[in-house]
Design a protein around this ligand. Structure first.
Ligand SMILES: [Zn+2]
Length: 551
């Protein structure tokens, strides 16, 4: 995720150090150049030491001095100098939501980038707390007690696996590592070759590609657990997780963690609710978690401390997750719990799918409020369901142009089964909005390219099927896709459209060929011929009267 442009830039700075150092043996001039660049940087540091900041009218000059020094000094020496420069500045570099740091803001952008890279690359015991940790993800009070905990992890849980073959599972520990403070992880010799990691920090989105930052671009760090004892630190601190490969099934394992502090951590079916209210939710870490059996919510502790009925809430979220499995015709038992992690800035969009699912901080008070979710009072609840939906999509039944369409079948299903909202929970698919959108499409002459570009228009077609035939055929067809051999699975986009039409037609016992043609969704004549014996179905009053010849 580290952007090429940012990487190239940093690499140029760092590599040119070695290149120029190499050239210097050929000429005294370069040696002088190095000396004077280093000298100028020293002078700048002395000046900042006196004035406590880089004067606004001297910034350009400072950038020049720093970049010249970066070209000629050794990387280690250069970073040490920059650290020194920063120590003397009272205006430390802290990107925030209100005061974002952009690429144009030099030298801060470069200095922060280098600091982050250094904190990520040096051994655990050399990592120091970064000043920006105070703003995000937050500090741990000095008085917070360091604890030692034995963490038991069951690696052989039953259920179906969501996610790719390379995915890792994060196992929550209920512990938090303070910024720049070492924690020790110990495990038995047999576990040292099992691909385990300790992770510090849940905010795994990297922001290097972004043009400006509301927080430091990379604030998590992981350490491979290849020895019986591992030291781990993160300059930003964070919740502590043990990561295991998804296919590791060696039963229950135990890992001991020393030196972390307790986080507010609730586990459905395990944590006593009374204890949660009185004690656990007040544990000192700035972030904690609510774990159901199907989903885990990572949240700021100040939000967690408002949750009085974590049992009711997480049972509700588990039910939501079970509805996804239900629409897919899957067993409710899943091997991996999905995760939601809100962040002050994320790598893409307002929310995005993945492991973890990422959202912005504004959703944190909604995500813990069952009533607000059920009535979609925040308005962004559709989006939460949508992102979880992406994690459940299957690309055999999602042809080009429907990546943002078939996902909404899940949002619709959850709105339908779990929520109590008028008009399907989204303004773009109210009855009148659908009518308007569909009529405009037909009045302009249907065109598959237009259809593919407008997810809410395309969704109208799926909703016509759902309203006529219910959800059952969807589940039936989704299940059918999972039984296909590699030979039977669609091999290209044309086959995906053909198979979706044919399989759905058979599931409902109707010929949907003319319906697909009316919408201008392309299918082959062979596919249409294969269902031509079934009775033709078309929604009543469709296509709209104003329909023009399709393009
Ligand atoms: Zn999406």
């Amino acid at each position: 995720m580290f952007t090429r442009a940012a990487f190239r830039f940093l690499l140029t700075v760092l590599l040119s150090v070695n290149l120029l150092a190499g050239w210097s043996v050929y000429g005294q001039d370069n040696q002088n150049g190095q000396d004077s660049a280093a000298q100028k940087l020293n002078e700048l540091i002395e000046k900042v030491k006196d004035e406590k900041k880089i004067q606004p009218d001297k910034i350009e000059e400072a950038v020049d001095i720093i970049s010249r020094a970066g070209e000629v000094m050794s990387a280690v020496e250069f970073l040490d100098k920059l650290d020194k420069l920063q120590q003397y500045r009272e205006d430390s570099i802290i990107p925030t939501a209100q005061k974002r740091l952009s690429r144009k803001m030099q030298p801060d952008y470069t200095i922060l980038s280098l600091q982050i890279r250094k904190g990520r690359d040096v051994p655990a015991e050399q990592v120091q707390a970064h000043p920006a940790a105070e703003v995000f993800p937050g500090l741990v009070g000095e008085e917070a007690k360091k604890v030692s905990r034995k963490i038991k992890i069951n690696t052989s849980t039953a259920g179906w696996h969501i996610g790719g073959r390379r995915s890792l599972y994060w196992h929550s520990t209920g512990l938090y590592a303070a910024p720049g403070k070492v924690i020790w992880v110990t495990l038995s010799e047999e576990l040292t070759d099992k691909g385990l990691y300790v992770r510090i920090g849940a905010h795994s989105d990297r922001l290097w590609r972004k043009s400006s930052w509301a927080r430091a671009p990379e604030i998590c760090r992981r350490f491979a657990l290849t020895h019986t004892e591992t030291k781990a630190t993160n300059a930003f601190g964070g919740l502590v997780y043990i990561e295991t490969p998804h296919d590791l099934k060696i039963g229950k394992i135990t890992v001991t963690i020393n030196g972390a502090v307790r986080a507010p951590y609730y586990v459905l079916g395990k944590t006593d609710v009374e204890k949660w209210r009185k004690k656990i939710r007040n544990h000192p870490a700035p972030w904690g978690e609510l774990a159901g059996k199907k989903l885990i919510l990572t949240l700021p502790s100040k939000v967690l401390r408002t949750v009085d009925e974590p049992d009711e809430l997480m049972k509700f979220w588990d039910e939501v997750m079970d509805r996804y499995a239900e629409l897919l015709g899957r067993d409710p038992q899943r091997r991996r719990l999905e995760r939601f992690v809100p962040d002050v800035q994320i790598s893409a969009g307002y929310m995005h799918a993945g492991y973890p699912l990422m959202t912005m901080l504004d959703i944190t008070t909604t995500i813990v409020d069952k009533k607000r979710i059920i009535h979609n009072r925040h308005g962004g609840v559709w989006g939460l369901f949508h992102e979880i939906g992406h994690n459940h999509q299957n690309y055999d039944w999602t042809f080009r142009g429907t990546g943002e369409v078939t996902v909404n079948l899940f949002s619709l299903y959850i709105m339908d089964k779990v929520c109590d909202v008028p008009d399907k929970g989204h303004p773009s698919i109210t009855k009148s909005a659908r009518k308007r959108n569909t009529e405009r499409y037909f009045a302009n002459g249907c065109d598959f390219e237009t259809w593919k570009r407008d997810p809410f228009l395309a969704l109208c077609m799926y909703m016509q099927l759902q309203e006529e035939f219910g959800w059952e055929p969807f589940t039936k067809v989704f299940k059918e896709y999972r039984t296909l051999s590699d030979e039977q699975r669609p091999k290209n986009d044309d086959e995906k459209r053909d198979q979706w039409m044919v399989r759905f037609s058979r599931a409902v016992g109707k010929n949907l060929g003319p319906f697909f043609q009316a919408w201008a969704v392309q299918t082959t004549s062979e596919a249409r011929a294969s269902i031509s014996k079934l009775p033709v179905w078309m929604p009543s009053g469709f296509p709209p009267e104003n329909a023009k010849e399709s393009k």
